[in-house]
Design a protein around this ligand. Structure first.
Ligand SMILES: *Cc1c(COP(=O)(O)O)cnc(C)c1O
Length: 228
């Protein structure tokens, strides 16, 4: 199946899943994770209607952003300090913030560009050592440390579920959804003006996105089902 056909099919499946879960399809963004293909592949998905793309390597992000600037590019990979300027310059949203020192650099870089950048905090819900993300216990402290950074728009939480275990994925997504509610309540106390925009749940990939949507995901990050 072509990339265009795959995108159209998955887009319809995501919309159908929203409807059967009593959710508004407009509340769920389908993020096309184009990390395994070149710019031609991303352009094919764009032609089929994709507007949000995910990349996990700064070089690829920079290259594809400059080739297709009319799309929204999301950074979903490990953040390295020395690449933060590039990441900020090309990202519509950064999904993978795990360190306060990176938040400070992102804030500075955004200030330098004269704009705010949307950021999600990555949470390691399952506690697996192989996974990145902050511990759920550390979310409030992390918010405390970032709340003064005016060029960062804190938009919510992101996670990766354990692979190959749908029951564990379900548990992981339910927990992230509860952590978002707890964090919103906390923001309501410490920074009420920041509460409403802290509403995104970036969770769900090719193998587990229907479960994520049932648990309240607002951004599903799908690679293989579109590009493989
Ligand atoms: C690669 C990747 C995805 C997409 O995974 P698929 O299983 O191919 O859908 C989603 N999120 C992150 C952070 C990734 O690195």
């Amino acid at each position: 199946m072509s990339i265009e056909d795959s995108y159209i099919r998955i887009k319809k499946e995501v919309e159908d899943a929203c409807i059967s879960d009593d959710r508004d399809p407009d509340d769920v963004t389908l993020l096309a994770v184009s990390k395994t293909v070149g710019i031609e592949g991303a352009c094919e998905a764009f032609k089929a209607g994709a507007r949000d793309f995910g990349e996990n390597r700064p070089d690829q992000l920079v290259e594809k952003h400059s080739a297709l600037p009319e799309a929204r590019w999301h950074f979903i990979g490990n953040i390295q300090s020395r690449r933060i300027k590039d990441i900020v310059a090309c990202s519509y949203m950064i999904h993978s913030l795990t360190e306060v020192r990176h938040a400070k650099k992102i804030d500075e870089a955004a200030k330098g560009l004269g704009r705010r950048v949307r950021v999600l905090i990555e949470v390691n819900v399952s506690g697996e050592e192989s996974k990145s993300g902050i511990s759920p216990d550390a979310i409030e402290r992390f918010l405390d440390s970032c709340i003064e950074l005016e060029n960062i728009e804190l938009c919510g939480l992101m996670t990766m579920a354990p692979l190959g275990d749908l029951e564990a994925a379900h548990d992981c997504f339910e927990r992230l959804s509860r952590y978002l509610e707890v964090a919103r309540t906390y923001l309501g106390r410490i920074a009420p003006d920041r509460k409403d925009s802290f509403c995104e749940l970036s969770m769900g990939m090719t193998d587990d996105w229907p479960i994520a949507i049932a648990c309240g995901s607002t951004i599903v990050r799908i690679g293989r089902a579109i590009f493989a």
